[in-house]
Design a binder for this molecule. Structure first.
Ligand code: ADP
Ligand code: NI
Length: 206
């Protein structure tokens, strides 16, 4: 694999995700790819495989594509067409296989997979993580917050986002996660303060 392959992968991802509106857009893929490359450097992993897998980690996700199996076949064909070797294709494939949080607390088997999972989780926390959570919540018609409602976007912070800091695979990601975690805690503190002050906690009028 060479830098030209990575630019071709970027263009492929751009075509697929440039209009995505739930926080899984091209810029998410770009940040995950850049973060994966940086973490790979620090953790002495394969930088090109990590970056490629960062770009492609959501390409067959069933919440983003209607037919994940078809997306997978298309991806394999694309990688063959641009001349990525079998051995590299399988390294990329392994790295993205276990990234998602939703399928349980998967521990990816390869270091590159662990790095891409960390990069994806880092993009779900901190200021950008906050923005993405509300983009996702809005796109799915969820309320920002309501007492006693466990389906709100604020609830998602307690269910998942505040747990991510302790789930990082690598020390390099765990360090970055600390600061982003504090940003979320500060945001939630202020959110609840403003909510209370404005009397929003009063009972449902019906
Ligand atoms: P994964 O692919 O790791 O399973 P998710 O499906 O959990 O990832 O989606 C990751 C992004 O979507 C995160 O930024 C997260 O905040 C957002 N997200 C997922 N579920 C919710 C939810 N119920 N409310 C708000 N944001 C959500
Ligand atoms: Ni992702």
């Amino acid at each position: 694999m060479n830098p030209v392959h990575l630019r071709q992968i970027e263009a492929y991802v751009y075509r697929k995700f440039c209009e995505e509106g739930t926080g899984h857009d091209y810029s998410h893929m770009k940040r995950v790819a850049s973060m994966a490359c940086m973490l790979a450097d620090r953790e002495k992993a394969d930088k090109q495989i990590s970056e490629a897998a960062g770009w492609l980690h959501d390409i067959t996700d069933d919440k983003l594509v209607d037919d994940p199996a078809a997306a997978k076949l298309e991806l394999v064909q694309f990688m063959k067409d641009i001349g990525i070797k079998e051995e590299e294709r399988s390294a990329i494939d392994n790295a993205i296989a276990d990234v998602s949080y939703r399928y349980g607390h998967n521990q990816p088997k390869t270091l590159e997979g662990q790095i891409v999972q960390d990069a994806d989780r880092l993009d779900a926390i901190g200021a950008i993580g906050i923005a993405r959570a509300f983009a996702f919540g809005g796109a799915h018609g969820r309320l920002i917050y309501e007492e006693g409602n466990d389906q709100t976007t604020i609830q998602h912070f307690y269910d998942k986002l505040l747990l991510l800091k302790d789930l990082m695979n690598t020390d390099s990601a765990a360090m970055i996660a600390e600061e982003r975690h504090e940003i979320m805690k500060g945001f939630l503190r202020q959110f609840h303060l403003e909510w209370e002050v404005m009397g929003e906690s009063s009972a449902n009028p019906l």
